[in-house]
Ligand binder design. Structure first.
Ligand code: AGP
Length: 609
């Protein structure tokens, strides 16, 4: 997620904002910038790709004087991480500066309107439209102008805006993403979280949904989008800096698990047309190319491989195309049969995994079309692919991948639906219906997250288990693999995932009295068979922990513990069943006193083969 800082006070605005950006570096970013309003009303903007040090070097040579400033560390989603795409973004006259976190879903329509009205676009970002829209609306009341712009925006955003004609006013606004006010004496702050200003004040106030903040030296006013003043409670921040970076959670992974609704929402956002269909220009494939695809090959490692396995079910179901999912580390040594009419999808959160990179290079050498599905704009995988579809989960700090994986799942559903839409294997109304189901997922994930206390309570009972099995059928099988991987990598427990129908062919011999078996039993046409599998393992002494859909009592008699998830289409259930397994694995690791964020022997990005 991007880092945002705003300041108005008596101090050196540039220094205050740079300090705040340094404290926000943990969020991950690939460019940074500041805007400082000089005492004679000039908005001075400096921004640089890369790390903060690049910006600080420029500012060291040419410091920007002024006591009103805004700043930003950007995690690229729209447009590569370059100087011109860094924030702050400005309007035509360089009198409005904007920093932004989130995704403006209707930015293409807004850009078209602005260009038709003579505005000149100077970046690849969605953010820039805000600066031009404020420029158009500003008539001396900056808060009113920003409120009007927010009413025009669709999607998730945090905005902080400065105007050359407003020497005592910084405006903040938020929808779906966090923004916090820091309350000082003769100075006030805005931050994407409290770490942005914790060095200056520990008095803070949360900005609520669709609220607009007027930040002045003498005080703060908060309104709703209609301009009605709203009251709010301030609170004292008693976290230390390390805790503040984790949003008060003990580990980044716990925070990132909670960010999953936004990860799904932002990955879907901005990719639907006004008619409710998909437009994935990022695939950079003509409709004719897409209709010419004869097979799909998905290459990935680890959790990304599991996302690919789920993608296979969706693509084969919706597109009637053969899909092969390959461990990237094995792919090229198999001398695979791929060629011009093969769409290869390389899934990689980091975009730097050596196995995946080598596999995609091999595929490209065979003239296949390679689409990267990655979380990292400008990564090697994205640069060496023919096209890139970016997940938008924001930077993921914990080694065990959570929000990036759920975003990958969402992205793979989008790929499957888009191929089906273009190839005509699903008619527009079916595509719209599936997209509506996908758009309901973020709220359903939020609901699942609200039910996790009983899951955490299981942790102590599993901490000493010598082994744990995970069983699933259909799309539940890749989730069984993912659940096992999470428990392995976080709690160092020997865990294995199996297709539930496979256990009688050998693995059932592993069952002893009390062996925990986690069963992914979300409502499905195969539920009756899955119930039989649960009975089979229970009859041999297994301790059955079942993830089941609300209202489905078929498996209840055979479950020692039931974890309920809301109902959704069976093909989409991985987006919900993945959450309890993440929560369980993290809780078991914590019960064992392990480092949840940095498990032994593991790296966040495996850049060696
Ligand atoms: C996931 O929890 C693991 N940390 C690991 O399996 C990871 O998914 C794998 O290394 C692939 O990484 P990538 O998505 O960055 O390519």
């Amino acid at each position: 997620m991007c880092g945002i800082v705003g300041y108005v006070g008596a101090g050196a605005g540039m220094d205050v904002v740079l300090e705040g950006l340094r404290r926000l570096e943990y969020r991950g970013y690939d460019s940074a910038g500041v805007a400082v309003l000089s005492d004679d009303g000039v908005l001075q903007v400096e921004r640089r790709a890369g790390k903060l040090a690049n910006l600080e070097k420029v500012l060291g040579d040419r410091p920007l004087a002024g006591s009103l400033a805004i700043g930003h560390t950007r995690w690229a989603t729209h447009g590569p991480p370059t100087d011109r795409n860094a924030h702050p973004q400005v309007d035509c006259g360089n009198r409005v500066a904007v920093v932004h976190n989130g995704t403006i879903e209707n930015f293409e329509a807004l850009v078209a309107g602005l260009e038709a009205r003579g505005h000149e676009r100077r970046s690849d970002t969605d953010t820039e439209v805000v600066a031009h829209l404020v420029e158009e609306r500003y008539d001396g009341d900056l808060a009113a102008a920003v409120r009007g712009v927010c009413r025009d925006l669709e999607g998730s955003f945090v905005l902080v805006v400065a105007h050359a004609d407003e020497p005592d006013l910084v405006i903040g606004a938020r929808r779906n993403l966090p923004l916090v006010i820091g309350l000082g004496e003769g100075e006030n702050f805005l931050g994407s979280d409290v770490t942005a200003f914790i060095g200056h004040t520990r008095e803070a106030r949360i900005v609520d949904q669709d609220q607009v903040v007027e930040l002045r030296r003498g005080g703060v006013t908060v309104t709703d989008l209609d301009g009605t003043v709203v009251d709010g409670e301030s609170f004292h921040v008693d976290w230390d800096t390390a805790a503040a970076e984790k949003g008060g959670y003990e580990f980044f992974m716990l925070k990132e698990i909670q960010e999953q609704p936004d990860a799904v929402r932002d990955t879907i956002g901005g990719r639907l047309t006004a008619e409710g269909l998909l437009h994935l220009d990022e695939l950079a494939m003509s409709d004719e190319d897409i209709r010419g695809i004869e097979q799909v090959v998905i290459i990935a490692c680890g959790s990304s491989y599991h996302s690919g396995l789920v993608g296979r079910y969706a693509i084969e179901r919706w597109c009637r195309l053969p899909v092969h999912v390959e461990m990237a580390s094995e792919f090229r040594y198999r001398d695979p049969v791929v060629g011009r009419n093969t769409l290869v999808v390389a899934i990689s959160q980091s975009g730097e995994t050596a196995d995946t990179l080598e596999a995609l290079r091999h595929a490209r050498a065979q003239k296949a079309w390679v689409l990267a599905v990655t979380n990292t704009v400008g990564s090697t995988v994205s640069r060496e692919s023919d096209a890139a579809l970016y997940t938008r989960s924001g930077p993921e700090v914990a080694v065990a991948s959570t929000k990036a994986v759920i975003a990958q799942l969402a992205a793979m559903y989008l790929v499957g639906l888009y191929l089906a839409q273009v190839r005509g294997t699903r008619d527009p109304d079916e595509v719209r219906a599936h997209l509506r189901d996908l758009q309901s997922i973020p709220d359903l994930v939020t609901e699942v997250l609200s039910r996790m206390e009983p899951v955490r309570a299981l942790a102590g009972e599993l901490a000493d288990a010598p082994r744990v099995l995970f069983l699933g059928r259909h799309v539940g099988y890749p989730m069984a693999l993912e659940g096992a991987l999470k428990l392995k990598e976080l709690a160092y427990i020997s865990a294995e995932g199996f297709p539930a129908g496979e256990i009688k062919h050998g693995p059932i011999a592993l069952i002893e009295e009390g062996t925990p078996v986690v069963v992914l039993a979300a409502r499905h046409a195969l539920s009756a068979k899955l119930v039989n599998n649960v009975q089979e393992v229970r009859a041999r002494g297994a301790r059955t922990i079942v993830i089941a859909t609300d209202g489905d009592e078929s498996v209840t008699p055979y479950a020692d513990n039931i974890i309920r998830i809301p109902d959704t289409k069976s093909l989409l259930t991985p987006l919900l069943t993945i959450v309890p397994m993440q929560v369980l694995s993290a809780a078991v690791a914590m019960a064992k006193g392990l480092d949840v964020d940095q498990p032994r022997n593991l790296a966040k990005s495996v850049t060696v083969e």
